[in-house]
Design a protein around this ligand. Structure first.
Ligand code: ZN
Ligand code: ZN
Length: 132
C-alpha cells in the first residue's frame, strides 16, 4: 500500500509506504482544539513507513502533554501527526490530510466522555468513554 497526503498549503507532502490501521475518531478536548473540529481522525502507521517528501522545514512540533507531541504546518496550520514520544515505533497520522484512499474505514470513537455537546454521533461504531 502506498498513499500520499499533504497540508492545506501544500508545503508539506508525505507518503505512507505501508499499512495504516486502527482508524480512530478521537473526541478528547485536546484533539478538538488542535483540529478546530468536532473530533480528530487518526490512523496508526509504522514510523518507518512515513516518509516526508517535502516541507521538513515547515513541520512544527508542539508538545501538548509530557508524552505527546503533535506536528503541524507552520504556514497553514494543518495538523499532521500525533506521536507518543515514549513509543517511537509508530505514529498517528491525521487522516484529513490524506490525498488518497488508504483503503480502510474508521473503526471506533474514543474519549466520547469529552465529546463536544453540540455533536451527536449517529453511526454504529464502538464508542469508548476514554482510551480503550
Ligand atoms: Zn501547509
Ligand atoms: Zn484526542
Amino acid at each position: 500500500m502506498l498513499f500520499q497526503g499533504s497540508c492545506l498549503c501544500g508545503g508539506i507532502r508525505y507518503k505512507v509506504r505501508g499499512s495504516l490501521n486502527q482508524v480512530t475518531h478521537c473526541h478528547c478536548s485536546m484533539c478538538r482544539k488542535a483540529h478546530g473540529a468536532a473530533f480528530a481522525t487518526y490512523g496508526r502507521v509504522e514510523t518507518g513507513d512515513f516518509v516526508l517528501t517535502s516541507g521538513a522545514d515547515e513541520l512544527v512540533v508542539y508538545q501538548s502533554s509530557p508524552e505527546v507531541t503533535r506536528t503541524f504546518c507552520k504556514h497553514c496550520g494543518s495538523t499532521i501527526q500525533f506521536i507518543y514520544t515514549d513509543r517511537p515505533g509508530s505514529l498517528w497520522l491525521a487522516l484529513g490530510t490524506l490525498d488518497d484512499d488508504p483503503g480502510i474505514k474508521a473503526g471506533q470513537h474514543i474519549f466520547v466522555g469529552s465529546k463536544a455537546p453540540w455533536l451527536e454521533i449517529t453511526d454504529d461504531l464502538p464508542q469508548h468513554l476514554a482510551r480503550p
